[in-house]
Design a protein around this ligand. Structure first.
Ligand SMILES: C[S@@+](CC[C@H](N)C(=O)[O-])C[C@H]1O[C@@H](n2cnc3c(N)ncnc32)[C@H](O)[C@@H]1O
Length: 275
């Protein structure tokens, strides 16, 4: 089995990505989730065992594993066959009966009931309908949402030059890093979807076949392009979806990049809390 991102310690001592990669459970990203969890929803193991968690677009299941280890009744939802096989391998090699995975599109999450905690990491920016999806998420969340996502910059001259950027500037910046003040994602010009501002990002060619899409293990699944909301619009969408309190959490960048991570990668972590 080949793991691409989640280094998970299994019961037999095996690490899914070996010794050279930090264990997910020891990463700054997980530690920031844990800290926020203890802050907003402190509880004993017994209390937690009565709560449900869903990990959306769970990839290899690493975050779901950590929630299950805390005692939560945990479900990981993942669209891709190869990823879900890795999740099930992890499950088979851990004594965690409260850990489960299902292969499905996250847009169907309401078929699995309500959840106290929703983890939406590295997923929202792979959807073409993020504001509709946040409404689905909210309708399934009773307490907490952890959302780690890219957002679209409001101003970036490169994206105003759409084809010139896509075919000339972006490849040049990739090779040389010239004037690379922030990552160049080849986004579109600013546009509105459902009244919210953002930019489109091409995930794969519209004509890609199933086999090709299956191989893109980290990409979108049922949509060939995704819509990245501007940060202001994203916070507004979270409020509009009935998250009463929206916080931004910065601690997760610890072992990724100490300075400037949010600006350079147009990425942040939100915590949505329901009253
Ligand atoms: C960038 S990876 C992030 C994985 C993981 N959440 C993390 O933060 O490490 C995106 C994941 O979402 C999955 N995914 C993308 N679109 C999906 C969809 N519509 N339904 C279910 N899973 C999806 C991908 O297969 C991939 O595993």
């Amino acid at each position: 089995m080949k793991f691409t991102a989640h280094n998970i310690l299994l019961d037999n001592g095996e690490k899914t990505m070996g010794d050279s990669v930090v264990l997910l459970g020891e990463s700054a990203v997980w530690q920031s989730i844990l800290k926020s969890l203890d802050l907003f929803l402190p509880g004993t193991r017994e209390e937690r065992s009565k709560m449900r968690v869903v990990d959306l677009g769970c990839l290899e299941g690493g975050y779901a594993v950590e929630f299950a280890k805390l005692g939560f009744d945990t479900l990981g939802i993942e669209a891709r066959e190869e990823n879900i096989q890795n999740c099930n391998y992890v499950k088979d090699n851990l004594n965690l009966p409260n850990l489960n995975f299902v292969r499905d599109d996250v847009r169907n999450m309401s078929n699995y009931g309500k959840f106290d905690i929703v983890l939406c990491y590295g997923l929202l920016y792979h959807l073409d309908d993020p504001t509709d999806f946040l409404k689905i998420v909210s309708s399934c969340t009773t307490r907490l949402l952890f959302l780690n996502t890219h957002f679209a910059p409001e101003f970036d001259i490169r994206y105003e030059l759409e084809p010139l950027n896509t075919y000339f500037i972006a490849p040049l910046q990739k090779r040389t890093r010239i004037l690379l003040f922030s990552q160049n994602y080849r986004l579109s010009r600013i546009t509105k979807v459902n009244g919210y501002r953002g930019r489109w990002m091409k995930e794969w060619s519209r004509n890609s076949n199933k086999a090709t899409i299956e191989k893109l293990l980290w990409a979108s699944y049922n949509n060939h392009r995704s819509f990245w909301l501007c940060k202001k619009d994203l916070t507004q969408a979270l409020h509009d979806a009935n998250f009463d309190n929206v916080f931004e959490q910065f601690d997760y960048t610890g072992d990724l990049m100490p300075h400037n991570y949010t600006f350079f990668y147009n990425r942040t972590m939100f915590v949505g809390v329901k009253n």
